[in-house]
Design a protein around this ligand. Structure first.
Ligand code: PLP
Length: 467
């Protein structure tokens, strides 16, 4: 075996050992940031060193600071655990070291994105004619979708934003629900629209957009020809899992000539489940969509998808050219659909994940996670712990600290206790002025027994903090 073979074997074996340990090791890392930094903060060597030695030192230094995020009992944020075939495909992507800029530079990488992109559109209920770009995540996808909106709406208003920028441009109205994801605001900042451009639309009790208020806000300002308007909708509120009324909001927006962007980082996956598809009814009516691979599809980080109903609008907003590229584009300009130029070959892992699961497997994954979320809600409710949201998807909001005067502090203490104990990991949030514990179930490995063990861990922590 060559040294390179031995090195790659060692890395792959270490990765598999780590995955295999996830069911039994504490979810919380044993080292915190300061300890992890001390372990890695060795002098920069003056001269080259043996790769095998470097690898062993990295493994030893990093191991204590690894979180059990890919494991079955991590319920923080919205985090998936990469599927076996998807993980192995990503190891190949690293080994093959392809630059997925376009089909000329990396034919197989570009083809994998094209083919997997078509499967994604099919599963997510997005028109087959839409353009797709493989990006780092929903943040990147929201930026691409809103760039396409900016291009299209300003061009319709007689303004070439790619050439002229925004100084002196017609004002772009941006509407979004009060509980939009914060990445929408950052995309608006990056696009030069500024957060002041945002007109907030009221939301209902679960954080989904209020379509009556949407009609009111649209009517309160100028819309239609010459008054470009973009509406940001959401499939999957990061606290409650609520999905906006996509059909109602898209229909209203259309009447005002608005562009609709759907941030569907995780919630868009409801479309892949026959029993949940009704939640995203009307999804096909939007103009652009953002979705994540690394959350609910359980593809390794980083992986997201930016879709646009009109591919030519997406490329008009995103593509660039340069003399040295002539003759190398056009074959398949994968990078013409994203904000990046040189990119890792993310298509392989997505291709492998979808082949591993199949249509039925994706639906089962989504359904199973939602069933686990309901199981959490039922078990905690039975223990007299208040579940605050309607559990419609994979998110559960829990008033674990009760509702007394020191409820917020108790909630934080209980969450801290759960994290340190290590059976499972759940995070906190502030929703409508209240500290709550958030449970997000997105991992393909999670079983009913994992949920039961995690409920027990939560109840233990509650007892310990409450004394
Ligand atoms: C996670 C999330 C994002 C951001 O996604 P990244 O993958 O972190 O870039 C945006 N919107 C929603 C609704 C999310 O849940």
């Amino acid at each position: 075996m060559s040294e390179l073979h031995a090195l790659f074997h060692r890395a792959a074996t270490e990765a598999a050992d780590f995955r295999a340990s996830l069911d039994t090791r504490p979810v919380q890392a044993s080292a915190d940031l300061a300890e992890a930094t001390r372990a890695l903060d060795v002098p920069l060597p003056e001269t080259p060193r043996e790769p095998a030695v470097v690898l062993e030192e990295l493994i030893a230094a990093a191991q204590p600071g690894l979180m059990g995020t890919p494991g079955p009992r991590y319920f923080g944020f919205v985090i998936g655990g990469a599927l076996p075939a998807a993980s192995a495909a990503d190891l190949l992507a690293v080994g093959w070291d392809q630059c997925a800029f376009n089909g000329h530079l990396a034919p197989a990488a570009a083809a994998a994105e094209q083919v997997a992109g078509a499967w994604l559109k099919d599963l997510l209920g997005i028109p087959a004619s839409a353009g797709v770009g493989f990006v780092t995540g929903a943040q990147g996808a929201n930026t691409v979708g809103l760039s396409a909106a900016r291009h299209h709406l300003l061009r319709e208003a007689g303004w070439d934003v790619e050439r002229r920028g925004l100084s002196g441009a017609p004002r772009l109205r941006v509407l979004a629900g009060a509980e939009r994801h914060a990445t929408i605001d950052r995309s608006l900042r990056l696009l030069g629209l500024g957060s002041n451009a945002l007109e907030e639309v009221a939301v209902d009790a679960q954080g989904a957009i209020d379509t009556d208020d949407l009609r009111r806000v649209l009517a309160a300002g100028p819309t239609g020809q010459g008054h470009p308007t973009v509406l940001c909708l959401q499939a999957g509120n990061v606290n409650t899992g609520a999905v906006d009324d996509l059909r109602g909001a898209c229909t209203t927006a259309r009447e005002h000539g608005a562009w609709v962007h759907v941030d569907g980082a995780f919630g868009l996956w409801a479309a892949a489940s026959p029993s949940l598809r009704h939640l995203v009814d009307g999804v096909e009516l939007a103009d652009s969509w953002g979705c994540d691979g690394h959350k609910w599809l359980n593809v390794p980080y980083d992986s997201g998808f930016a879709f646009c109903s009109r591919p030519e609008v997406q490329t008009a907003a995103m593509s660039y050219t340069a003399p040295y590229l002539s003759g190398s584009g056009a074959v398949s300009g994968a990078a013409d659909y994203t904000a990046e130029s040189s990119r890792r070959a993310r298509g392989f892992a997505v291709w492998a994940a979808l082949q591993e699961l199949g249509r039925q497997g994706v639906a089962d994954l989504v359904d199973r996670c939602c069933a686990h979320a309901r199981h959490f809600a039922e078990a905690l409710s039975e223990a007299e712990i208040e579940v605050v949201n309607d559990v419609v998807l994979n998110q559960v909001l829990v008033a674990v600290g009760g509702s007394g005067p020191d409820a917020d502090a108790r909630t934080d203490a209980i969450i801290e206790r759960i994290q340190q104990e290590g059976t499972c990991w759940m995070g906190g949030t502030t929703w409508r002025g209240r500290r709550l514990m958030r449970i997000a179930v997105s991992n393909h490995l999670t079983t009913t027994a994992d949920v039961a063990a995690s409920v027990e861990a939560v109840l233990r922590a509650v007892r310990e903090i409450d004394g």
